[in-house]
Ligand binder design. Structure first.
Ligand code: AGP
Length: 614
């Protein structure tokens, strides 16, 4: 939520900062702005709307040449997306400029305090108070790092703040509490970003800041302290993401490119997981075998798409390990006083590793002495850093706001976790685990087969541009797939789309079915005959009420034809692994339908990639 960039070096700051914002725009696109420091003065450019508006304005009237600057792309929380509310915000004297990600919870109280001294505010944001307070400090004679420390000590809430002072043209100062911030280390130049995408084309050496740390950036160095000026350590890491992975590679949308990257992403997420003895090894698993053996409950917490991955995980973990699993929305978890102790493993699933609801939930779990394992795609982000163990997915950067390769690689990590627990607890024989691993390793090829039929799905999607309501049905592991398929359509096509467990339909939701309404049905493989048969009954019930059914069923399933107005065939795979392939046509369907409707698929309205506010 909100993208932040900072730069100090020898190049033109406007170009470097705009380049970083372009790569971070997926984090928020309500407005964008940039400030450079030139000749002892701040120059600010900002515009409501997407970054293109700002780029156009700066193309017509560039900021003066400068080698130090900060920028911001906004997802609005306080105040609508207007020019005035766009960051950077400046203090009353126009000497200090600030960009911010997060929410300053006590901004109102702080604001009333200084409004009494005739300070005039130009925006409705919570951020502007920080610019005024830091400016008051530097005007009183302290330097920018000290000003930042003093102000951070007064702020409540979540914030990454980056500030520049017109009278201090060689330093950018940033602070971090509960919002992401990474430093890019260059030669004679240094960078700041909400994530590494901001500077990936300049440097791959990075520093991850800890909580409540301040970083002072000059051309030649980086100094880190806590909020009281005590020197502190940040964690160095190397960025191994491929730069091309952050480009569209000939596709119209990042999302479409990311859908087609799924075979590779799944393969990468499986690499190196089996030792020479054939046993599963999860290097990032820093939990002792006894701790795994003693587990008597697993609670999975996540949001959105990651939550649906967690629902699939429940089926696999319970089936393979006989350990009870609860799956809970992270935003609800800590408010229900959950029963957890040291024999509970809390699994947090998050593509970004920065989702505030999930982060707060794991903090709560740890205070209750539970062990926390993160499944995450973003190296060095907050959630894995605050967990006892991590399984990284290897999807590479996911730029499209709607998660796709993030989801399938989360599924892979969940299967790996389930098998690892089964191996450690001895609830499955080694050869069974080996067999499931082989099946998993064949999944990239199965996904390729589904992708090869993308044109059929596109044709179907385009036939549905006039529909305002679409239902999705599934059972067992196909139920979360139905929910995820519906979420994709809501996010991208802005349609009423709902996923249901097919057996639940007759308890109420069937009243929604109207003549001609499209219903996408995820049909379980035939190996589980009772499940398959019950699904067909559910499909029959909606057909009897006029629905137009689009069935996703395995190839060679001859029983499905009478139930399907349209058929999308899936390769034959075991029922528990079917979500890995069944979700793919639903992603393609949503992407194509939204494209046909003329929507911005990568930047859907009202959304942001990483939700760093609760
Ligand atoms: C997915 O398409 C959504 N954009 C959203 O539901 C997302 O999955 C959710 O916000 C969780 O994000 P995370 O995985 O980064 O924690």
């Amino acid at each position: 939520m909100c993208g932040i960039v900072g730069y100090v070096g020898e190049r033109q700051a406007q170009d470097v900062v705009l380049g970083g914002l372009r790569r971070l725009e997926y984090r928020g696109y309500d407005s964008a702005g940039i400030t450079v420091v030139a000749d002892g003065e701040l120059s600010v450019g900002k515009r409501a709307g997407k970054l293109g508006n700002l780029e156009k304005a700066l193309g017509e009237e560039p900021l003066p040449p400068a080698t130090l600057g900060i920028g911001h792309t906004r997802w609005a929380t306080h105040g609508p997306p207007t020019d005035a509310n766009a960051h950077p915000h400046t203090g009353g004297a126009g000497r200090v400029a600030v960009v911010h990600n997060g929410i300053i919870e006590n901004f109102d109280e702080l604001r009333s305090r200084i409004e009494a001294d005739d300070h005039v505010f130009k925006s409705e944001t919570d951020t502007e108070i920080a610019a005024h307070l830091i400016e008051l400090q530097v005007v009183s004679g302290v330097d920018l790092p000290t000003a930042m420390q003093r102000v951070c000590q007064q702020l409540d809430g979540a914030f990454t703040l980056v500030a520049v002072d017109a009278a201090d043209p060689d330093r950018v100062v940033a602070a971090r509490r509960n919002s992401p911030l990474v430093v890019g280390l260059g030669e004679g130049e240094n960078f700041l970003g909400s994530d590494v995408a901001a500077f990936i084309d300049h440097t791959r050496e990075a520093l991850e800041l800890g909580q409540d740390q301040i970083v002072v950036l000059t051309r030649d160095g980086v100094e880190v302290t806590d909020f009281f000026g005590v020197p502190a350590e940040a964690t160095p890491f190397h960025v191994d993401w491929d730069l091309n992975a952050a480009e569209k590679d000939g596709h119209d949308w990042f999302m479409r490119k990311e859908i087609f990257e799924q075979p590779r992403a799944v393969a990468d997420s499986l690499i190196g997981r089996r030792g020479v003895d054939g046993l599963l090894q999860l290097d990032e698993m820093r939990l002792a075998d006894e701790e795994i053996r003693d587990l008597d409950k697993i609670i999975i917490i996540a949001c959105g798409t990651s939550f649906y991955a967690g629902m699939v995980a429940k089926y696999a973990i319970e089936h393979w390990t006989r350990t009870p699993v609860e799956v809970e929305l992270a935003s609800e978890f800590r408010y229900r006083d959950p029963i957890i102790d040291q024999t509970t493993l809390v699994v947090a699933i998050s593509q970004s590793g920065e989702t505030a609801d999930t982060l707060q939930a794991i903090r709560h779990a740890r205070t209750q002495r539970a062990k926390v394992l993160a499944i995450c795609n973003t190296n060095g982000s907050s959630i894995p850093r605050e967990s006892d163990a991590v399984i990284y997915t290897h999807a590479g950067p996911e730029i499209g706001v709607a998660s796709t390769k993030g989801f399938v690689t989360q599924l892979v990590a969940c299967y790996l976790l389930a098998l690892y627990v089964a191996q450690t607890k001895g609830t499955r024989f080694g050869d069974e685990i080996g067999q499931i691993m082989q099946q998993l390793e064949s999944m990239p090829g199965r996904i390729e087969e589904v992708l090869a039929r993308a044109d059929d799905v596109y044709r179907l999607a385009r036939e549905h541009v006039a529909n305002r309501s679409v239902l999705f049905l599934g059972r067992h592991a196909g139920y979360p797939v139905a929910l995820e398929g519906a979420l994709k359509l809501k996010e991208l096509a802005y349609l009423h789309a709902e996923g249901f467990a097919a057996g639940e339909l007759k308890h109420g939701p069937i009243a929604l079915v109207e003549d001609g309404m499209p219903v996408l049905c995820v049909v379980p493989p035939r190996g589980r005959d009772h499940l398959h048969g019950k699904m067909l009954s559910g499909i029959q019930e909606v057909r009897a009420r006029g629905a137009r059914t689009i069935c996703l069923a395995e190839e060679g399933d001859t029983t499905i034809a009478p139930y399907a107005d349209e058929l999308i065939t899936l390769p034959r795979v075991p029922v528990l692994l079917q979500p890995l392939i069944a979700i793919v046509p639903l992603q393609l369907f949503a992407c194509e339908l939204a494209t046909a409707l003329g929507h911005d698929v990568d930047q859907p309205r009202n959304l942001a990639k990483s939700v760093t506010v609760e």
